[in-house]
Design a binder for this molecule. Structure first.
Ligand code: BTN
Length: 248
């Protein structure tokens, strides 16, 4: 059952001890016309990740989904996802974690100087609207906070593992404040993202639905697309799974 969270944040917060998926609940509320609300849960039993993957979300993490009703064109929607990754990385850095961003929106902790990493947080954005108008946009943010690394997938890490436990209320408040600042100044998002990027400068492979492309990640466009320098020239990719390749 939803209860008041009593948090000073730019969003109303609906809190659940346990829920299927905060994104599902946020979508439901979005459909009812709600705006600027965050659904927060201690535990998710049906957490969803990108690309139809399941998302492990035990008690102790920060599982939150924000309902937005922005007056932007659908082409700008990816900026909300990048904004969420920047806000999450900033909150994690304030907690003492060396958080960086792997394109497009995985918050990761570097393992070495060669692009290897473990995943700290992920973002799942879902939207509804017409071709020229966004009706609503749900930004789901999952942060492995006060969780033992043993309870997470092998390639993941947690704030507990990196820097010790955080006050989750304070963490959520900082995260939501940073997200609100960024979403109300969309031009600041890409420069802020670039400052935290672990992908720029790496040799990468992006697996797209069409076909994979390999190249050096050299830039990000105003809309958040990744620019690769490939053997056949520059290629801009808007979506896909990005792997950092080990230098040869
Ligand atoms: C990914 O990296 O694949 C995205 C993971 C997104 C997980 C969050 S947790 C809060 C929200 N609710 C969900 O079911 N998923 C997102």
């Amino acid at each position: 059952e939803a209860v008041e969270f009593g948090l000073e944040a730019p969003f109303d917060v609906e809190y659940h001890d346990s829920i299927g998926s905060t994104n599902d609940r946020a979508r439901e509320l979005a459909g009812e016309g709600v705006a600027d609300l965050a659904v927060l849960a201690d535990e998710q039993v049906g957490g969803r990740g990108r690309l139809e993957r399941a998302w492990t979300a035990p008690s102790g993490g920060v599982w939150v989904s924000v309902v937005n009703r922005p007056t932007v064109a659908p082409a700008q929607a990816p900026l909300f996802t990048l904004a969420a990754s920047v806000a999450t990385a900033r909150a994690a850095r304030e907690a003492g974690v060396d958080a960086r961003i792997k394109w497009p929106n995985d918050v990761v902790v570097p393992l070495d100087d060669e692009g290897a990493y473990e995943k700290l947080a992920g973002i799942l954005t879902e939207m509804e609207g017409e071709t020229d108008r966004v009706e609503w946009l749900v930004v789901g943010i999952g942060v492995n906070a006060n969780i033992d690394a043993d309870d997470l997938p092998e390639t993941a890490t947690s704030i507990r593992e990196e820097a010790g436990d955080v006050d989750r209320r304070l963490f959520v408040q900082r995260l939501l404040e940073a997200f609100d600042d960024l979403r109300s100044d969309l031009e600041s998002v890409v420069p802020a993202w670039c400052d935290l990027s672990l992908t720029l400068g790496q040799r990468v492979r992006v697996d797209r639905p069409s076909k994979a492309v390999v190249g050096d990640a050299v830039d990000v466009t105003d809309a958040g697309a990744l620019v690769l320098e490939t053997d056949d020239g520059r290629v801009t990719v808007t979506a896909g799974d990005c792997e950092h390749l080990r230098p040869v």
